[in-house]
Design a protein around this ligand. Structure first.
Ligand code: PLP
Length: 696
């Protein structure tokens, strides 16, 4: 009996022991099934009734004891796990705190660099009246981006895109201006560092392009919409092309067209391209289909070539101004930089026309880049040139190719406008038409149908290279850049229809381009605006410098925006990395009614601007307005006398600080950071910061 009651007591102890422990862990209450508990309960009830010694009690005691031991062990394990979770959570919070501190430090660092930069600028401005004290083209979008920490993890972003040898660092940072809208940018947590760069790296034309698509001009439905003189498209031949591309020979859906093709393109198309290029490039011997690769546009081709010819961080050489899409193409995929050879409007020494590309200029840019340790792998030539409209002579081409050979540079020759030479007085020479290429294994020629056949929506480009390694490497990338089978068929049909191309299409296209060019250039002459008078492409390169009072890129941007506000989209020189502010590109390949309305809107903006400049000049006369300073040549029609910006030194700094103030006020960085914070934490930058945000 005694023994029995002892057992009962122990059983109670068991319970007393277990339950507080169980309660210790709220998780365990839910988790542990408490094995054997109900059996014990039943047994206890039974024993109460019987009060008789049972031989099974011993066994039961042992079972319960081991059950208790197991329970204890289980609870210990659970507690350890719980403790581990707590530790992990604590560590995570510590890391979070550290990251936050690092971010703050980074922001402080960036801001103090920036503050120092500004004070150097101020000092050099105060100490010298020369406008050289003010670095031209300094990019505040970028500076602001860096302050806001968005460039974190992307040293890439700071220097990746362009190498501009021979210029001080501050001057080189002109890149992102016009290429991204960092004012609105917030680093995305969903993207990698390069994803973030791609995210902000909107095309130079992105803002205007977006605005245009949201508010397109339509004669009937939206007569107050935006007229697009910014996108390089031929809008004069849609009628001819849509008619030709819907004829019955175009429609084929045979099984090979619906299957994966050879990545270089179907052989029937590559053969047709080889015949087409042999004919139109006037090749001395038939070009070979095995050297042809087709893919979805020359933009993709630039990416592919940059990627297979250069390693990340290496560079290609290009003369500015140039078609800005190339920057995106070579940088975003291949992480390849651009080295600029700057051309300008002055006619000096070996240059006989404004913005003339010379070997001297290429040589200098290359040597400067090399001196800075940059490896340059290739030279890009655009012929006809976009945005200048230049066509290179045979001897010029020969010189550029010899230069490239001397330095073992690949040459990527973009001839996408080769059939858009609309005046018989001009002759285009294709590199493929040369009797002898200086370095055939390093010469790669591209062409596409976007421009010459007015079908930029179809996405078709082609590469001709004798170098089979390059061809095979590009072909591997063509897996991502293919042209669908039915389109390959259509393009082959188009290219083989030589009669239609020569008798119908090119005749009409050239006549229409010429008429549109004449209309726009006549308008410019009446307005008294200088421009380059060329015979190729869809564009006129226009000198609006006299409408800038201080001659800065910021002012150029303001003028560009003013055009857009007046519902006409143009491209400003900055989008082409032009070294002189004030140049604009107009696309004239458009229907007469749109040209008329667009030019009317341009005229209005320019007239208003003229009045403003007159009024400003009265209020704040510049010391030496220099009418008639601009060089004049046969090539450039300078119908008005040009006024050089002469107050640049003082106004530039004023503009710059004004712009910076404006950007900082609109930046969301200010939502996180106040001048007062700096007052406590970094008093040395409080002063500059508070001035900039207008607190003093
Ligand atoms: C000189 C030049 N190359 C290439 C391109 C892009 O061509 P695609 O439509 O074939 O990508 C353009 C488009 O404006 C261009 O002007």
């Amino acid at each position: 009996m005694e023994e029995h009651s002892m057992i009962i007591k122990r059983r109670d102890d068991n319970q007393c022991f277990s339950e507080p422990n169980m309660a210790n862990s709220s998780r365990i209450q839910n988790v542990v099934p408490r094995p054997g508990f109900s059996a014990l309960h039943r047994l206890r009830k039974k024993r109460k009734g019987q009060r008789v010694k049972d031989p099974l009690d011993d066994l039961l005691l042992k079972t319960l004891t081991s059950q208790r031991a197991m329970e204890e062990r289980f609870l210990q394990m659970e507690e350890r796990r719980f403790q581990r979770d707590l530790d992990v959570e604590e560590r995570r919070m510590q890391l979070e705190q550290r990251r936050f501190e690092l971010e703050r430090e980074h922001e402080f660092r960036m801001f103090s660099v920036f503050a120092q930069m500004l004070s150097i600028l101020k000092q050099s401005h105060n100490g010298s009246s020369s406008s050289l004290a003010m670095p031209r083209g300094l990019d505040f979008n970028q500076a602001l981006s860096e302050i806001a920490g968005m460039a974190g993890g992307g040293g890439d972003l700071q220097e990746a895109r362009a190498v501009q040898p021979g210029r001080p660092l501050a001057e080189r940072r002109i890149d992102l201006h016009g290429f991204c809208n960092s004012g609105e940018f917030q680093r995305s947590p969903y993207l990698s560092a390069r994803g973030n760069i791609a995210n902000i790296f909107r095309g130079s034309t992105e803002e205007g392009y977006k605005a245009y698509h949201a508010d397109k001009y339509d004669e009937d439905k939206n007569p107050n919409g935006i007229i697009n003189f910014g996108t390089s498209e031929n809008k004069l031949c849609f009628d001819l092309m849509s008619k030709r591309l819907t004829q019955t020979d175009m429609n084929l859906m045979e099984p090979p067209l619906l299957q994966y093709p050879d990545w270089k393109g179907h052989m029937f198309l590559r053969e047709e391209v080889a015949r087409f290029l042999t004919y139109y490039c006037k090749a001395p011997a038939p070009l070979k289909a095995e050297n042809v690769i087709v893919l979805n546009g020359c933009g993709s081709l630039f990416s592919a070539l940059a990627t297979v010819l250069c390693d990340p961080g290496e560079a290609v050489l290009i003369a500015t101004p140039f078609y800005g899409g190339i920057t995106q193409s070579v940088f975003l995929y291949g992480n390849v930089k651009l080295v600029y050879a700057y051309l300008d409007s002055k006619i000096t020494g070996t240059s006989t026309r404004p913005f003339q590309l010379t070997v001297d200029k290429l040589e200098k840019a290359l040597q400067d880049a090399r001196a800075e340790g940059v490896t340059v792998r290739a030279l890009i030539l655009l012929n006809p040139q976009n945005p200048l409209g230049d066509i290179y002579s045979l001897s010029e081409l020969q010189d550029y190719l010899e230069f490239a050979k001397r330095h073992e540079l690949h040459v990527i020759v973009d001839e996408i406008y080769m059939l858009s030479v609309f005046d018989e007085s001009a002759t285009f020479h294709s590199v493929l038409g040369m009797d002898r290429l200086p370095d055939p294994q390093r010469t790669h020629v591209m062409w596409g149908i976007s421009k010459d056949f007015a079908v930029s929506g179809i996405r078709f480009g082609t590469l001709y290279t004798e170098n089979q390694d390059v061809a095979n490497a590009v072909a591997s990338l063509c897996y991502f850049h293919g042209v669908c089978g039915p389109v390959q068929h259509k393009v082959a049909q188009l290219l083989r229809d030589r009669d239609w191309i020569n008798q119908v299409y090119l005749r009409a296209n050239h006549a229409r381009l010429k008429a549109a060019h004449t209309y726009v250039t006549d308008e410019l002459k009446t307005l008294g605006v200088p421009f380059l008078n060329r015979n190729a492409g869809f564009f006129v390169w226009i000198d609006f410098r006299k409408y800038l009072r201080t001659g800065t890129f910021e002012e150029e941007m303001l003028l560009w925006r003013r055009f857009l506000d007046n519902k006409v989209l143009l491209s400003c020189g900055k989008a082409f990395e032009c070294s002189e502010p004030g140049w604009f590109r107009i696309i004239f390949a458009d229907k007469t009614h749109r040209l008329q309305l667009g030019m009317q809107r341009i005229r209005k903006v320019l007239e208003e601007r003229e009045q403003e400049i007159l009024a400003e000049a009265k209020e704040q006369p510049c010391q030496s307005d220099q009418d008639g300073k601009t060089d004049s040549t046969d090539e450039v029609i300078f119908v008005s006398r040009h006024q050089e910006p002469t107050c640049a030194g003082s106004s530039n700094l004023g503009d710059l600080i004004g712009l910076l103030q404006q950007q900082m006020r609109s930046s969301d960085w200010l939502q996180k950071n106040t001048a007062e914070q700096f007052a406590q934490e970094k008093p040395e930058i409080y002063d500059v910061f508070s001035k900039l945000v207008g607190k003093q």
